[in-house]
Design a protein around this ligand. Structure first.
Ligand SMILES: [Zn+2]
Length: 405
């Protein structure tokens, strides 16, 4: 604390203590002041003061008496999680989804707006409509607005650097929203937030490190390292979709040839499967009237029906993803890597291909200790990630795992 004026130091300590106490209560659901003191190492006087302030702020409340080993029953404390909410806005392929989410990740209200016919200059109007709808007659306290966008997002300055699908370049979205609504505003990239959601609200074993790879129309990854989201110096950490893995591959939207997205994204898998449509061994013709009608669902059904061509397509996509994951493993040695997104419907055959390829392309002991999981796309993953971001920034609640209520 050297160099800070005494008052700032006191403020900082107070902040630190109140965040610590809030986190303990958040994790425990119902806990006494004495147990908080025991768990935090703070004095009981300090705990009482901090608890008093948190009650005054409406963040926690007393919830009746707990068990006692004799003597007076202790009063338990809980987080008033339904009294506060995060206003989350998620930009998706064809729509913007907005939601009010409480502190435990329960979605209280949800609205969406189709992006059909969208023009970039209409963005403020879209956002205003969604936010007004979500705030109408709201009875909870809104902790802040969080926003997710596919593309390069600078969360430090609150600027959308480049979101190709929405025609946005260097848009200071945070400033605009703060001016409009006088609320704290946070934004980040969708793949980063999907990782944050899994870290905070997922079912996996708790660990400080996690990589989540989201595969849909595009491919992006988010990394939680030592309990914090790793953004990268240019906020592009995890942009693995445009790492070239296939020599002599096809040209990607980004201008390079053979990017991971050209061989392992959902459109790439569907495109490759369609080539098998007229093959005599193919089951696709029994499932779709034409090659053009083949989509991911039909690819999945053909795979289940034992279509050998489709199986080879899925295996090849897994092979290339395995190469990309081998690089992540070699660089980071993160034990748990989650693959999610629409691609997850391909299930075990895809996951097995990824694992075989990873074993071939990474150092054996590192590959052996890496758990690659394929988890179904959760429609609310990004909304939960946005919630985690705002809870972390506003209340310091990230270093915890909570059960979804
Ligand atoms: Zn590319």
């Amino acid at each position: 604390m050297k160099g800070l004026p005494a008052k700032a130091t006191r403020q900082h300590t107070k902040n630190h203590n109140s965040r610590l106490v809030l986190r303990i209560i958040y994790e425990d659901e119902a806990i006494s002041r004495a147990d908080i003191a025991r768990k935090t190492g703070l004095t009981r006087t300090t705990v009482s003061t901090v608890v008093g302030e948190l009650i005054e702020q409406g963040l926690i409340e007393e919830t009746g008496a707990g068990q006692s080993s004799g003597g007076r029953l202790p009063i338990l404390l809980r987080v008033a999680h339904e009294a506060h909410s995060v206003l989350a806005l998620s930009f998706e392929d064809t729509q913007i989804v907005g939601a009010l989410v409480d502190m435990r990740g329960s979605i209280q209200r949800r609205v969406s707006l189709s992006l059909y016919g969208y023009r970039p200059e209409e963005l403020p109007g879209y956002l205003t409509r969604l936010i007004e709808e979500l705030r109408a007659d709201v009875t909870t306290h809104i902790l802040g607005i969080g926003l997710s966008m596919p593309g390069i997002v600078d969360p430090v300055h609150g600027i959308v650097r480049r979101a190709v699908n929405f025609g946005l370049v260097d848009v200071p979205l945070r400033q605009w929203l703060q001016d409009q609504y006088r609320l704290p505003v946070y934004l980040d990239n969708a793949a980063h937030l999907a990782a944050l959601a899994e870290y905070m609200f997922g079912d996996g074993a708790a660990s400080g490190n996690l990589v989540v790879i989201s595969i849909g129309v595009g491919i992006g990854a988010g990394m939680v390292l030592n309990g914090a989201l790793f953004p990268g110096d240019g906020f592009g950490a995890g942009e693995i979709g445009h790492v070239v893995v296939a020599d002599n591959g096809i040209r990607c939207n980004c201008g390079n040839v053979g990017c991971l997205e050209t061989v392992a994204s959902v459109p790439a898998i569907v495109r490759a499967a369609r080539k098998w449509f007229s093959d005599p061994s193919s089951r696709l013709r029994a499932l779709a009237p034409s090659a053009a009608a083949v989509d991911l669902d039909i690819v999945h059904r053909a795979l289940e029906a034992g279509d050998p061509g489709v199986a080879s397509v899925v295996e090849e996509a897994g092979y290339y993803l395995g190469i990309a994951i081998a690089h992540i493993v070699g660089l980071l040695n993160v034990e748990r890597i989650v693959v999610t997104g629409a691609v997850a419907v391909l299930g075990l055959p895809f996951l097995e291909a990824v694992k075989v390829s990873l074993a071939r392309h990474a150092l054996a002991p590192l590959a052996a200790m890496t758990k690659v999981e394929l988890i179904p796309e959760r429609s609310d993953a990004v909304l939960l990630g946005i919630t985690a971001m705002v809870l972390d920034q506003e209340l310091g609640l990230l270093h915890t795992r909570v059960r979804l209520s």
